[in-house]
Design a protein around this ligand. Structure first.
Ligand SMILES: [Ca+2]
Ligand SMILES: [Zn+2]
Length: 220
């Protein structure tokens, strides 16, 4: 426990204009009423909800307080990230720590083998094995995906039809990539002109590594 944690409290409403406050350490425990309230907050509200009891609080203290309630990938997302190029895995692992409390992320795909790639409907991808960046392997033939498909998670479900939420997450991932020094290309702006209106096949839940080697053509 760091020193500043003793000075941070979460103030949360309990009805009829009353509120209760809890020390920060309670936030890291699975005390569900507080965690649920916390997740409903936007980032600014979350900072306002931190009541500073004594003395000045540093920006890093507030950041750490927010980090204490950050989201984490589940084991399935983590296993997928282990099959991606380490630069992309690093970006996605940083991105989830940068989302506000009410935005959660999941990993849908990294590497896809031949069967998985070719079973995706043509309406979702033009790419057939092995031409997708999701099909990349290292020199030993191990999964080494040059692309990641991500999605926002809302109450444990992916809101597939809510493209704005995917775009919101993509913005956070772009920022994470910049901080990690990794250049990425987003699936809703492949020509990188900043416009999402000129895409024939928009994929807001896809990023790939900009410096990835070109993929071989599809097999017949
Ligand atoms: Ca564009
Ligand atoms: Zn993809």
């Amino acid at each position: 426990m760091k020193n500043h944690e003793k000075r941070l409290n979460l103030v949360y409403p309990i009805g009829r204009g009353r509120s209760r406050s809890l020390g920060l350490e309670a936030l890291t425990k699975p005390f569900w009423p507080v965690r649920r309230f916390w997740r409903r907050l936007g980032p600014l509200d979350a900072v306002r909800a931190l009541d500073i009891e004594a003395g000045p609080i540093s920006v890093s203290g507030i950041q750490e307080a927010l980090m204490a309630v950050h989201h984490n990938y589940g084991s399935s997302s983590n296993a997928k990230l282990d099959q991606a190029h380490p630069d992309l895995a690093r970006v996605m692992r940083r991105a989830i720590k940068m989302t506000p409390p009410n935005v959660d992320l999941t990993i849908v795909w990294t590497y896809r083998d031949k069967e998985q790639q070719n079973s995706i409907p043509a309406s979702n991808t033009n790419a057939r094995w092995p031409e997708s960046y999701h099909n990349a392997e290292d020199e030993d033939g191990n999964p080494y995906s040059e692309a990641v498909d991500f999605a926002p998670l809302v109450n444990g479900k992916i809101p597939w039809k809510d493209d704005a939420r995917f775009c919101h997450c993509a913005g956070i991932i772009y920022a994470a990539a910049q901080l990690e020094g990794v250049e990425i290309i987003w699936g809703n702006d492949f020509d990188e002109d900043g416009s999402t209106k000129d895409q024939s096949l928009a994929d807001s839940g896809h990023i790939q590594r900009k410096n990835a080697a070109p993929r071989p053509p599809a097999e017949d």
